[in-house]
Design a protein. Structure first.
Length: 290
């Protein structure tokens, strides 16, 4: 009598391509969830079946006190990503105020990449990752190459803003492609923030804003040719993008996620629902997305 076949190991609930991709930016526009509500919601995300897809809780330095009050009592330390729009002057005080938390990263906005790198080198513990964001107007023309060259010689990622609350906050395909290919050519990792509300590129019917899709960005992450990257970013067919994801090899997925490490989203539910609708994520039975 032959031995019974061993059961095949269950596939992970969250595919590798999407693990840790969604940083929780619930307290930022346009979500603007009160911190007192956002912290328990984040903890619920971190204990749900899709927890592997969820990154840290993003919080500005000025709201760390609210976050500390929201986590008072027993429970694991909250993993916080510090978002510092005020530049290097905020770094030291924010790190001190974040003592009650596990600091999972720092996102530092600046107008001077070299100055930001110097401040991070001086003050940031070497185990804490950081991303440096410059205004998009400084990344046009030769400015992009100059900034990326500074960052590629540092331990820090680039950060690029892909949307906001006004039309001008959304870069077009060519501008975003320039950033992506500049990073790909240098092997420089990056994160994105704002505007990536859905998996596939779309026009918001209420605002008319042109939103990039996070699947588009993932699939464009390894392109070194600007025109080719822009074509991927312009794709509006979910079926086309889902088919391209299914064709990715394990090595390609590793390269993509070493490049595009995460993005901030004010909703964890929307990207999960989109992936499920495209057949790229399968929730366990009787386990709906949030």
């Amino acid at each position: 009598m032959s031995a019974p076949h061993a059961a095949a190991p269950a596939a992970p609930a969250v595919p590798e391509l999407f693990r840790g991709l969604f940083d929780d930016a619930a307290v930022f526009p346009p979500g603007n969830l009160p911190v007192a509500e956002a912290v328990p919601a984040h903890r619920a995300h971190r204990s749900a079946w899709y927890a592997d897809a969820v990154g840290p809780f993003l919080c500005g330095a000025g709201r760390l006190g609210e976050a500390a009050a929201a986590v008072a009592g027993p429970g694991p330390r909250l993993r916080v990503g510090l978002v510092l729009p005020g530049g290097s002057a905020e770094l030291g005080p924010a790190l001190a105020a974040a003592e009650p938390f596990e600091v999972a990263g720092v996102e530092l906005a600046t107008r001077d990449a070299r100055e930001a790198v110097a401040a991070l080198d001086l003050l940031l513990p070497p185990t804490v990752p950081a991303a440096v964001e410059l205004p998009r107007e400084l990344l046009r023309g030769d400015g992009l190459d100059e900034v990326l060259d500074v960052l590629v010689d540092s331990p820090y990622r680039a950060k690029f803003r892909t949307g906001g609350v006004v039309a001008g906050a959304f870069p077009d395909e060519d501008e975003l492609a320039g950033f992506l290919t500049g990073c790909a050519q240098r092997g420089l990792p990056y994160k994105c923030t704002a505007g990536l509300h859905h998996a596939v590129r779309y026009t918001d019917p209420a605002t008319g804003f042109e939103h990039h899709g996070f699947l588009n960005v993932l699939l464009a992450a390894t392109e070194t040719d600007r025109k080719a990257a822009a074509e991927v970013l312009a794709e509006r067919s979910g079926e086309v993008l889902a088919a391209a994801v299914h064709e990715l090899t394990d090595r390609q997925i590793t390269v993509i996620r070493n490049s595009f490490t995460a993005f901030g989203t004010c909703s964890i539910a929307e990207p999960l629902d989109d992936l499920a609708a495209l057949g790229l994520l399968t929730p366990p039975a009787a386990s709906p997305t949030p």
